[in-house]
Design a protein around this ligand. Structure first.
Ligand code: IPE
Length: 246
């Protein structure tokens, strides 16, 4: 089973509010459709927000830890993410991928320690029935804090662990994790070795940049890869493009 995240910055114009990167989304969905056609089974897709979630969330001061009790803010942020999810689903459906939505707001929550609780029965049943579940970064109810952001990366980690994924892919705007000379680092197996070269994400991003992604992926059982859009199809076909983290 593969859990694939399409970064929000890949499929949207991250610096322009609620703007899709239509060409990138077509390329991504072409690659997914081609891999499924070539025999890939059991794929879970998670997409980020890019310009569809982060702007609204930061306007309302909402992050993974700072919550809101304002229901209209919740609907605005969740609504933006559902709009983007709809675009992703329709591009997949156009390519005959049996993509179906899972909205984390209606499926998950955080406990009072901030831990994500995402039951997997829904996703497992969808997979068994031949669907491709498509989740997204979202807001979720958070005990003691109202509603906070759940990032696509957190969803990926949680699903990969609970569903015992074989592989995890993060399709990003960069071809991998870059070193000080902008060369792709082939393999990372401990954070300290790369801590110096990992900066924060440049555009508005309430859920952290590359450093956070690497840390999260190091904690996973499954082997994870960070790669660019051009390598998505080869990743789905079994190659290890970009940076491999384990
Ligand atoms: C963000 O999801 C969701 C919201 C801000 C509501 P992600 O944090 O996974 O999005 P990207 O991939 O970094 O854009």
């Amino acid at each position: 089973m593969i859990v694939l995240k399409l970064g929000g910055s890949v499929i949207t114009e991250k610096d322009r509010a609620e703007t899709l990167d239509g060409d990138a989304l077509e390329r991504a969905t072409d690659a997914i459709a081609a891999a499924l056609e070539a025999g890939l089974e059991d794929l879970v897709v998670v997409h980020g927000g890019g310009s569809f979630g982060h702007h609204n969330a930061s306007e309302h001061g909402v992050s993974t830890t700072a919550g809101t009790h304002d229901a209209s803010a919740v609907l605005e942020i969740h609504g933006a993410m559902k709009t983007l999810n709809r675009f992703v689903l329709s591009r997949l459906l156009e390519r005959d991928v049996a993509a179906v939505p899972v909205h984390p707001f209606s499926a998950a929550h955080r406990d009072s320690e901030g831990r994500l609780e995402l039951p997997t029965g829904q996703v497992e049943t969808m997979l068994a029935e031949g669907f491709v579940p498509v989740l997204h970064g979202d807001l979720i109810a958070h005990a003691g804090a109202g509603a906070t952001v759940v990032s696509g990366d957190e969803l990926v980690t949680s699903l990969a662990g609970d569903l015992e994924a074989d592989r995890v892919g993060l399709c990003s705007t960069v071809p991998g994790v870059l070193d000080g000379e902008d060369a792709v680092i082939d393999r990372i197996d401990e954070f300290d070795a790369v801590a110096d070269v990992l900066g924060a994400s440049d555009a508005t991003d309430v859920t952290g940049g590359m450093a956070g992604k690497v840390q999260t992926l190091l904690d996973l059982e499954a082997e994870a890869s960070i790669f660019g859009l051009e390598a998505l199809e080869s990743f789905l076909e079994g190659a290890e493009p970009g940076t491999t983290i384990d």
